[in-house]
Design a protein. Structure first.
Length: 360
């Protein structure tokens, strides 16, 4: 079991990673009531295990549909209404038991219900365990804009048990591994080289390897958010691969790519961009591209209009005054944040990757 410590303005909280991590929920005491937000398929498969490990007998969950459509103001209102109807007060605890959608929605509701109640994250996907459940960012979507309305609101605890990953579909599993690749690029040769050795043939039921991966990848984010909780500067490096990735998601109506798949393409694109700008050695670029490819197949880029993607880039919510803050890899373990990137280089990198030129 690994315990990572996150520092936030609201105080410190632990991220607990390993088989049996849910048992740490025992330590959350003194609440008037406990509520669990989850999806029906997840609850049917893992709900009894969570209740047993946490020592919460007889709790009925608040259920939301699976998928990105649940990250909405209307669904937040529904969850708040369910809390109210079932007697939740300011001393209640909400547990977000699910992937990124449930985690973001649950955190947003907790941060706003009665002006804020405590919540805990029990993430159940690779992507949530290594990234989205950490750092206290909550959000819902407005129309096609992901995470447009949200808050920074730290959980009381994050408990990540890799055992639950065994039931993930292979595509959802790979989606999270692409996010772990991003963390490995940021971390440096140690984690990157370890993942190069392990990623081929990695499966959702490889629990012990995944426990190590989740802990090491989560440590990267924990280190960053503990130094920059509210994305003032340093936290921007966590957007590596996301600028192109968010544009790809929006350009395809959030129907072609899972989030991690869009990040996977984003990593390939920004790697090629860094090579074109002369800030990344092609040998390092080749290793990055090969690691992304080794995770598994990505949905194709064909048919996505270059101009549509390029036009969406300045709409990224992390752009300031229409200026994009690009996170460019300079080496494995080193990135540069800059807004001085020519539009033509951005376009040429997209053309290169779309036609299969990934490095060199």
């Amino acid at each position: 079991m690994r315990r990572l410590q996150v520092k936030s303005r609201a105080g410190e909280y632990q991220v607990i990673v390993g088989c049996g991590a849910w048992r740490a929920l025992h330590r959350l005491k003194g609440y008037s009531s406990v509520f669990i937000l989850t999806e029906i398929s997840l609850w049917e498969r893992w709900g009894n295990d969570l209740l047993r490990d946490a020592g919460w007998a007889g709790l009925s969950p608040i259920l939301v549909p699976s998928g990105e459509s649940s990250k909405s103001l209307s669904m937040a209102g529904y969850v708040a209404s369910e809390l109210l109807e079932n007697g939740a007060d300011r001393r209640s605890l909400l547990v977000a038991f699910g992937g990124g959608v449930v985690g973001d929605l649950g955190g947003f509701v907790a941060s706003t219900y009665m002006r804020g109640i405590d919540y805990a994250q029990a993430p159940t996907t690779v992507l949530a365990q290594v990234d989205s459940a950490l750092g206290g960012k909550t959000a819902v979507n407005i129309r096609a804009m992901k995470n447009l309305i949200g808050t920074f609101y730290a959980p009381r605890m994050v408990v990540s048990d890799p055992t639950v990953l065994a039931s993930l579909p292979s595509r959802a599993f790979r989606s999270g591994i692409y996010e772990a690749v991003k963390h490995a690029i940021l971390s440096g040769p140690g984690l990157f080289g370890w993942l190069e050795d392990k990623v081929a043939g990695l499966r959702p039921d490889h629990t012990q390897i995944l426990a190590t991966l989740v802990a090491r990848a989560a440590q990267v984010k924990v280190d960053v958010v503990s130094r920059d909780e509210r994305e003032a500067d340093l936290r921007r490096i966590l957007n590596l691969g996301h600028t192109y990735g968010h544009a790809l998601e929006e350009a395809t109506g959030y129907r072609r790519f899972l989030h991690g798949e869009a990040v996977g393409w984003g990593l390939l694109l920004v790697t090629r961009l860094a090579e074109r700008l002369g800030v990344l050695d092609p040998a390092a670029g080749k290793r990055i591209a090969e690691l992304v490819r080794d995770v598994g197949p990505l949905p194709p880029l064909r048919g996505i209009g270059e101009q549509k993607v390029l036009g969406l880039l300045p709409r990224d919510k992390k752009a300031i005054g229409g200026k994009i803050h690009w996170v460019l890899p300079e080496d494995i373990g080193k990135v540069r944040v800059t807004s001085e990137v020519p539009d033509e280089a951005v376009a040429m990198a997209f053309r290169d990757v779309q036609r299969g030129v990934l490095n060199g």
